[in-house]
Design a protein around this ligand. Structure first.
Ligand code: MF3
Ligand code: CO
Length: 252
């Protein structure tokens, strides 16, 4: 079921989104050579709790940590642990927070020190693919238009579009209807309406779009071990477009 959020619900989602955004900002200075992904997890856990929220990933279907940390060829759902970041790595950090019963969800990919031209290209164009998709959002538009825009942008830049994982509606649940694929036909999908809240999250690969699941049953990696990037925002459909709930523009 796709829900339309009331102004009150949106005010809570805005706060959840702000907490997610602020947690990313809090982590940024720590994303350096030598830090372990479980150190980043601990900082995020403590910060989210200090804001009166709960890290939605923790215990979600048994996920053992508060954030997902996906390094280099890991596409999504990397589990924080003893792995130390190295100069030249890229890391996608996926943060979800639940505030007074409503969720915010945003992933961002970061460079660790100096990264290769290829990795920088991947980061730049995956972020741009996200905004390319978001730019299509307004009432009356089919969701397929958003999906298609992301796919087309990725194809133009010769990046692999992961299909096994998709964006999603979000609100009282972390994952609600509708699914938001990063590929598809423009004439497909539901028609967007004011007050819908969705998480749009392209996962793009430098090589093949194929991915597989590791034995830990969480970590998803690229089929050819080439790097992958992930950028995600939670947004609300407004009367004439959309508003990002997990960005820096909801401080007013
Ligand atoms: N943030 C992820 C998403 O976009 C959800 C991760 S849930 C976890 O859907 F359990 F893997 F942490
Ligand atoms: Co998500």
């Amino acid at each position: 079921m796709i829900t339309i959020k009331s102004d009150y619900e949106l005010s809570l989602m805005k706060e959840a989104g702000k907490i997610v955004y602020d947690t990313h900002q809090k982590l940024k200075p720590y994303i350096k050579e030598g830090v372990t992904t479980e150190e980043l997890d601990k900082i995020a856990y403590e910060y989210i709790i200090s804001r009166g929220a709960y890290p939605s990933c923790l215990n979600y279907e048994g996920f053992p940590k508060s954030i997902c940390t996906s390094v280099n060829e890991v596409v999504v759902h990397g589990i924080p642990g003893k792995q130390k970041l190295k100069n030249g790595d890229i890391i996608a950090i996926d943060i979800c927070a639940c505030y007074k019963g409503y969720h915010g969800d945003s992933a961002w990919s970061y460079a660790v020190g100096d990264i290769s031209k290829e990795k920088q290209y991947l980061l730049t164009h995956t972020e741009k693919a996200l905004y390319e998709g978001l730019s299509k959002i307004k009432p009356g538009v089919r969701l397929g238009v958003v999906s298609h825009a992301i796919e087309e942008y990725a194809n133009k830049h010769k990046l692999g579009v992961v299909r096994e994982l998709v964006g999603h509606g979000i609100g009282k649940e972390l994952h609600e209807d509708p699914e938001v694929p990063n590929y598809g036909r423009e004439d497909s999908g539901i028609i967007l309406k004011e007050g819908m809240t969705i998480a749009v999250e392209p996962m793009l690969n430098l090589g093949t779009r194929k991915v597989y699941l590791l034995d830990d049953d969480w970590t998803i990696v690229t089929g050819d071990n080439k790097p992958s990037a992930h950028f995600e925002h939670t947004v609300v459909v407004t009367s004439d477009g959309y508003k990002i709930l997990t960005g820096d523009d909801n401080y007013e």
